[in-house]
Ligand binder design. Structure first.
Ligand code: G3H
Length: 539
């Protein structure tokens, strides 16, 4: 073991007291129909990616377990959501926007008090650094606040009647029905809540299944979910996806499917719905975002954006730069500077100061990355950075691969980890071909200063990907920007305001502009006879 890897795992006694998990967390609770039930069946052990040193031994720390529910319980959760929606006549879907906002605000208040607990579990469960875990928590709380603001705006804009071609109408957004929300392990709080809360606040009822890893961190919020919403509005289940979620899809009672994961996983589940035309899907899927470095780029900026873009959270971001296409004129200097900056990224445990590289939560991931590197080396690439590809248990030190070509798996596959493939190119047509022929279409980053050349590439990509970043890494934020993708990368667009739209549909009441119709409409409004047809304005 090299000196570098020697420090990536702690001994139990070096863990600061406030970050210690003294007893494994025995989670048996799940939430159905407003009741926290206790599971007496099989449990799924939760292993931290962080290994603990004990003499010469290194062992992944067992930090708890979660319920392995079966289809019986997941169907009970669905029944509760269906009952709470009650074909659109339930308390929640018919409640005023102001009241729904009050329920969400009640939740948010308790959620904020659980920050330390959730942050600690984020670190232990998925190995996210303290700083990034705090950022994930705060960004999520801010997202909920912004969602409330956006809903108020939306509601204000719908509070007026419109007139056109002899008709008058009021148009409002109403819920779609029962939503199934599933998030990813890399942002188990943020990405899950950025679909869950828009779904809830628009009046849908929800079955929520936490991600594969990053499950225990929802536990501190279970009571807040129970106490903040009417029974059945939010139901939280645990267990294996195929068994629990597959059964839900087969019923045909899921109206909205919000899923962040692989396109294969999304397809398998969507196909189980007996009436796919009734299922609205909001999907965030695979990506292989290229970073393109032109010969006239500001190399220092390109290097620092590409290092962060490909290696923050060990490359486990859907928006990460997953392949770098660098012009031959600058590829040597780019690699030299890239490696120098990568060397500054400190490996270690998530709660230590200034740590950037941490262990990986997915079982088998280190072996998978090793396989990608071996395959690339077998086809002519080399690991060009010091210590590249060194591994210890769940930790994999970033491997920078060069020169990468189309014979290698890493040229196409989304590595979702700390492997950085660098492809040299001579002609801009080569990078255009890469993007056009890719199965993925989330984002691309272009680094260059020649405006004509950048503009030409930009225009070549606008119908290929959802976002083109100029001289900056790919990313989702700010959350007011649309976040989407083409091809196998996404379905639907998310942003604070878009999410409210994707979880709802516009319904209108329209009538001909006659005196008698006008009179009836004004009576309904004046006497507050309808919840829908109303000019009430939220402040
Ligand atoms: O994993 C995908 C995330 O939505 C990426 O978000 O670009 O803010 O890291 P981020």
């Amino acid at each position: 073991m090299s000196q570098l890897l020697n420090s990536v795992f702690p001994t139990e006694d070096t863990i600061p007291d406030h970050f210690k998990i003294l007893q494994p967390i025995d989670q048996r609770e799940y939430l159905i129909d407003g009741e926290l039930k206790t599971w007496a069946g099989n449990l799924n052990p939760v292993l931290s990616p962080v290994c603990i040193k004990d003499g010469k031994e290194l062992k992944q720390k067992v930090i708890g377990n979660t319920p392995l529910l079966t289809s019986t319980e997941s169907l009970q959760a669905l029944d509760a959501a269906v009952k709470a929606y009650d074909l659109g006549h339930g308390l929640w879907p018919t409640m005023s926007v102001t009241q729904r906002i009050e329920h969400v605000e009640k939740f948010l208040e308790v959620m904020r008090r659980k920050r330390d607990e959730v942050v600690k579990l984020l670190m232990w469960e998925i190995g996210k650094t303290l700083k990034d875990s705090e950022k994930e928590f705060d960004r999520t709380a801010d997202y909920i606040v912004e969602t409330i603001k956006a809903l108020k705006d939306l509601d204000r804009n719908s509070a007026k009647l419109i007139e056109d071609q002899g008709f008058m109408a009021q148009i409002r957004r109403v819920p779609l029905g029962v939503a199934l929300c599933m998030g990813p392990y890399n942002y188990p709080l943020n990405e899950t809540f950025t679909t869950l809360f828009p779904a809830l606040i628009m009046g849908n009822t929800v079955v929520f299944k936490p991600a594969k890893y990053g499950v225990l961190l929802i536990r501190p919020l279970l009571e807040a979910f129970r106490d903040s919403f009417p029974a059945g509005v939010i139901n939280i289940i645990y267990g294996r996806g195929r068994e629990t979620v597959g059964a839900l899809m087969e019923t045909g009672k899921v109206d909205v499917f919000a899923f962040i994961g692989t396109n294969k996983g999304a397809n398998d589940l969507k196909k189980l719905h007996p009436k796919p035309h009734r299922l609205k899907a909001i999907l965030g899927l695979d990506a292989k975002n290229p970073g393109i470095v032109l010969p006239d780029a500001d190399i220092d900026n390109a290097v620092s954006e590409c290092v962060m873009g490909s290696l923050s959270f060990n490359g486990q971001r859907c928006t990460a730069l997953k392949i770098l296409l660098v012009h031959r004129d600058v590829v040597d200097i780019f690699i030299e500077k890239f490696n120098a900056l990568t060397k500054k990224l400190k490996p270690g445990v998530p709660w230590e100061d200034d740590i950037s590289l941490t262990a990986l939560p997915e079982p088998g991931k280190v072996g998978y990355l090793r396989g990608l590197v071996d395959d690339a080396c077998g086809h002519g690439a080399r690991i060009v950075n010091e210590n590249g590809g060194e591994a210890l248990e769940t930790f994999f030190y970033p491997a920078v691969l060069y020169p990468v070509n189309e014979k290698m798996k890493v040229y196409y596959e989304e590595q979702f980890g700390p492997v950085v493939p660098i492809v040299p190119f001579s002609d801009d047509e080569e990078v255009i071909r890469y993007v056009v022929s890719s199965n993925f279409g989330q984002q691309v980053s272009i680094f260059g200063t020649d405006s004509k050349r950048v503009a030409r590439l930009m225009d070549a990509f606008v119908n290929q990907v959802g976002r083109i970043n100029l001289n900056t890494q790919a990313q989702r934020g700010p959350d007011s920007f649309p976040f989407n993708g083409r091809k196998d990368s996404a379905e639907g667009t998310l942003s604070v305001s878009d999410a409210l739209r994707v979880f709802s549909i516009r319904t209108l009441v329209a009538t001909k502009n006659t005196d008698s119709n006008k009179q009836m409409i004004s009576t309904i409004i004046r006497n507050r006879e309808s919840a829908f047809l109303s000019t009430d304005y939220i402040f």
